[in-house]
Design a protein around this ligand. Structure first.
Ligand SMILES: [Zn+2]
Length: 149
């Protein structure tokens, strides 16, 4: 075993009792590695006996104050954008039956094309309505509270 390999293995083990036999044989023959292993053992023992640094500053309150000062990531979309988007989707659903593209698709795929198209458009409007409701739960809660009296 070369000295580089011996040092790597010494560093891997923090306890000399776990040294492999080949490393122990090298340490018996090599005074330089034996001295280095002894220095590492002493350094580890000093580290184990040293008291942990105790921080006398409580940073939890300062961290919480900074977190509360952070701006919310929520982005408010104006109501007219929601209404406009919903009207655009509804208009698209109505107008798609008059489009040339739909006529071309029907000539290519036949009448079976209308059912999947209706399903997709239904999913789109449902997802839009779900997104609107999910982002306006507080408004819906206030409205429900007013209705209850
Ligand atoms: Zn050596």
């Amino acid at each position: 075993m070369k000295c580089d390999d011996a040092m790597r293995r010494i560093i891997e083990h923090d306890d000399s009792a776990g040294y492999p036999v080949i490393l122990r044989l090298h340490l018996r023959r090599c005074a330089r590695c034996r001295a280095e292993a002894e220095r590492l053992r002493i350094a580890l023992a000093d580290l184990r006996n040293a008291p942990l640094p105790v921080s006398d500053i409580d940073v939890a309150d300062a961290v919480m104050v900074e977190i509360e000062r952070l701006e919310s990531y929520r982005r408010d979309v104006p109501m007219y954008n929601w209404v406009g988007g919903g009207l655009a989707i509804l208009g698209g659903i109505v107008l798609v039956s008059f489009s040339d593209s739909l006529a071309w698709l029907q000539s290519s795929f036949g009448g079976n094309f209308e059912v999947p198209l209706s399903i997709v458009l239904g999913i789109v409007i449902t997802l839009y309505a779900s997104a609107f409701i999910a982002t306006h739960l507080d408004m819906a809660g206030n409205w429900m509270a007013k209705r209850r009296g």
